[in-house]
Design a protein around this ligand. Structure first.
Ligand SMILES: [Zn+2]
Length: 245
């Protein structure tokens, strides 16, 4: 049994019996970690945290070898992102990010880039005018950083270069060139602007992505492509997605 000291963002928490809670954190040093906070409901002062989603906490936990639920001995909140909690659109966009990271990231595998992305997203969400745009950028980045991204730099079927008449197949997970398109494939039309945005945001650092302008038509296509892709490839729905826009 090791004692781990790290910082983690709360993705979710659930009640455990009358007195305790189980919390899912995305941690800087160990990726997604599940831990029990014994007695937190009986005596909230035992831990200095509310366990609200997206709050950043310094945590210390006992890492058990034979269980994926570890014992949290300390949990001190250090960042709350109060601006994110001011209106329902920001709150929903925050909850969506928590749910997506919780579903897409494997248990206890370090991915510091995803941790930093979640922090950057929370900071940007508090001041963003266009919340929907931010959600799309987050989706693209988290897919790229987790190795799940759609295949958009060539034809997913034959590997041929793009010529501008490709369509998107959710089932194939990428773009299909005109030669490989079949009548029985469910294909979505995507404009070159949408493809360029996906490529750009997948490759560039977050700060540069924030400068990317997404016209309404591109946002509409991104919503369709990304939401369908995520549902299909995660094999489950992201519940909070239906409350976005
Ligand atoms: Zn092809």
């Amino acid at each position: 049994m090791a004692i781990i000291s790290t910082e983690g963002i709360v993705l979710r928490s659930i009640d455990l019996r009358e007195t305790s809670k189980i919390a899912f954190f995305y941690t800087r040093s160990h990726g997604k970690v599940k831990g029990v906070l014994k007695g937190i409901r009986k005596d909230p002062r035992k831990f200095h945290t509310s366990l609200d989603k997206l709050s950043v906490n310094d945590i210390v936990y006992y890492q058990y070898r034979n269980s994926d639920v570890h014992l949290i001995s300390q949990c001190d909140m250090k960042e709350y992102f109060p601006d994110v909690r001011l209106d329902i659109r920001r709150i929903t966009a925050g909850e969506y990010a928590c749910e997506l990271v919780n579903k897409i990231m494997p248990v206890e595998q370090k991915n510091e880039a995803v941790y930093e992305l979640l922090l950057d997203y929370c900071a940007a969400l508090g001041r963003a005018r266009d919340v929907g745009r931010l959600v799309h950028l987050f989706q693209i980045k988290v897919l790229a950083l987790s190795g799940f991204q759609p295949h958009i730099d060539s034809c997913v079927q034959c590997g041929g270069g793009l010529q501008g008449r490709e369509k998107f197949s959710t089932y194939k997970g990428g773009l299909v060139c005109p030669r490989c398109q079949r009548k029985d494939m469910a294909l979505m039309s995507v404009s070159p602007g949408t493809i360029a945005s996906l490529v750009y945001a997948g490759k560039h650092p977050w700060a540069q992505c924030l400068k990317l302008v997404l016209p309404l038509s591109v946002k509409r296509e991104l919503r369709q492509v990304l939401n369908n892709f995520l549902i299909y490839h995660l094999e489950r729905n992201i519940k909070s997605a239906k409350y976005l826009e």
